[in-house]
Design a protein around this ligand. Structure first.
Ligand code: NAG
Ligand code: NAG
Ligand code: NAG
Ligand code: NAG
Ligand code: NAG
Length: 480
């Protein structure tokens, strides 16, 4: 019967020219062949004709690791998930209407037809070890250039926004907008949602740096709108250092405000869209929302300031390699990267039950939020994205705290123990934080235990979920 089902699927695709909706497909456990380990995990890749991008580099990697990952369930989990962005999320790849040299790649996160700056940068980063210079339109390098060009377009158009509509060139249907009250105004022709998140801008620098680091292709960055986008990023960063009050006590006009009609506190901002007051002169950049798309409690959000500093510094190397960079741009980036680092050290390190640690958020007045959230950038991931060395004492103190019950969003239970967050609520552990835990550890036991949890929490689907109830393996959000 299983065999017949899969034959039926083939028939629809080959003769009917339609592919199954991956949201439904990925909730089924009946796709053979099953892995031979104790979890008997199904195959969850779409059939080749239904994949959204084919990469020989990724297929070769799957083949190469076949004999190397000896646990058949673990290999199946890798085989299902590693190519997943290419298999399901490259909704369109083409070129700009006014320039056939300018590649564009529209990458969706998962179940919404919109492109997030942060998510698309991180989705691409999975393939970074395989990225090599190439002009071929079927290469990962081409896919990357398309993401950078489209992100640059978005950042030039609406630098305060986090998530965007398909480009008109794609002729894809636009998503219904979110209908929020936002300043500065944006057009829902381009924007899906306009939550200002500092890490979205850091992500644009990250995806640029990742490409440059692997290819040394500085010429690419001179061709289209990249330099203007970097200038647009810097302008937002400077504007968002504006404190709540001017020296004479007057309330400053905020460069950004956001309100939504909602019954979730984390989906709108206090003070009619301004957020909590922020002290002036800290040198930190405000962020209205977190990488979870939840609002910040205090706007001086440390992980995004860390990530922004780290990628400003390396994106300055790209500017340095351009033949005719705008005067002063490279130095401005280096200076801001360094001053952010000083500001994080002055305002972002606080005393705790675990000694000196990084706070998650501060306001400059002395209020601090001691917690961590699974989404990247987080405090846990600050060593993963290269802001601190993992042996740094403050990082180690922080890491021990966020991986313990001293973190208000530590979800602990028999099914999974991991960092969670308010996006889906307490008691839900996120696999993403387990993966970051692995990336920031040299401890064999810790790594193996985290891998075992990843493997035992797929609920028989062979995919990695967004979050899992620490007490019920069948209660998860987002199957893939
Ligand atoms: C990927 O390759 C398969 C054949 O192996 C083909 O049917 C499919 O159209 C290709 N997908 C893309 C996006 O090129
Ligand atoms: C294409 O359009 C963009 C955005 O309007 C513009 O910045 C760019 O200069 C144009 N390119 C060409 C080759 O006309
Ligand atoms: C975009 O905004 C206009 C004007 O507010 C509204 O009429 C339209 O329905 C919106 N379109 C989408 C796709 O959200
Ligand atoms: C790429 O990044 C690594 C790690 O930051 C660095 O050591 C290396 O020098 C960079 N390589 C290039 C070619 O920029
Ligand atoms: C576990 O979660 C599933 C899915 O939400 C639900 O159907 C089931 O009743 C839950 N089990 C218990 C024991 O609560």
């Amino acid at each position: 019967m299983l065999f017949l089902l899969s034959l039926g699927l083939w028939a629809t695709v080959v003769f009917g020219q339609t592919c199954p909706d991956y949201n439904e497909y990925s909730q089924q456990r009946n796709h053979p062949p099953f892995s031979s380990g104790r979890f008997r995990l199904p195959a969850q890749r779409p059939i080749p004709a239904c994949r959204t991008f084919n990469s020989s580099e990724v297929e070769d990697t799957l083949q190469r690791l076949k004999g190397k990952v000896s646990d058949p369930d673990l290999y199946r989990l890798f085989e299902n998930t590693y190519p997943n962005t290419l298999d399901t999320a490259i909704k369109w790849k083409g070129v700009a209407a006014n320039n056939s040299e300018e590649e564009l790649t529209f990458v969706i996160t998962g179940d919404i037809n919109a492109m997030w700056l942060r998510d698309s940068a991180n989705q691409m980063q999975s393939y970074l070890p395989l990225l090599k210079p190439s002009d071929s339109p079927t290469s990962l390098a081409s896919l990357w250039r398309g993401v950078i060009n489209l992100q640059a377009r978005y950042v030039n158009t609406s630098p305060y926004c986090n998530s965007f509509q398909p480009p008109p060139e794609s002729k894809l249907k636009r998503e219904e907008g979110t209908g929020d009250k936002v300043f500065p105004k944006y057009s829902n022709d381009t924007v899906f949602e306009c939550k200002y998140e500092l890490d979205s801008l850091a992500a644009f620098l990250e995806v640029s740096d990742n490409y440059y680091n692997a290819t040394q292709d500085s010429a690419f960055f001179e061709k289209f709108q990249w330099v203007a986008a970097v200038q647009s990023v810097l302008k937002v960063a400077k504007d968002m250092m504006t404190p709540t009050y001017a020296d004479d006590g007057r309330v400053n006009e905020s460069p950004y405000s956001f309100t939504r009609q909602t019954d979730r506190a984390s989906e709108t901002l206090l003070n009619d869209g301004l957020g909590s007051p922020v002290l002036g002169g800290t040198g930190l950049i405000r962020s209205a929302f977190r990488p979870s798309d939840d609002s910040t409690i205090f706007q001086l959000f440390i992980p995004a300031n860390m990530m922004f500093s780290r990628y400003l510094e390396s994106a300055a190397n790209i500017v340095a390699a351009l033949r005719s960079p705008p005067a002063g741009l490279e130095q401005e980036m280096r200076d801001m990267a360094a001053s952010l680092r000083r500001a994080i050290t002055s305002y972002g390190i606080v005393d705790s039950q675990n000694g000196r640690i990084f706070a998650y958020e501060v306001d400059g007045y002395g209020s601090r939020n001691i917690m961590d959230d699974a989404n990247i950038p987080s405090l846990l991931s600050s060593a993963f994205f290269g802001y601190v060395d993992r042996t740094d004492e403050v990082y180690q103190n922080t890491r021990r705290l966020v991986l313990s019950s001293l973190n208000p969003y530590w979800a602990k239970g028999p099914v999974i123990s991991s960092v969670g967050g308010p996006h889906v609520g307490p008691g839900k552990g996120w696999p993403m934080a387990l993966i970051v835990r692995i990336f920031t550890s040299d401890d064999e036991q810790e790594i193996v235990a985290a891998l075992q949890t990843l493997l035992s929490t797929t609920d028989g689907l062979g995919l990695i979920h967004e979050s899992i109830n620490a007490f019920n393996v069948s209660d998860w959000t987002r199957q893939w």
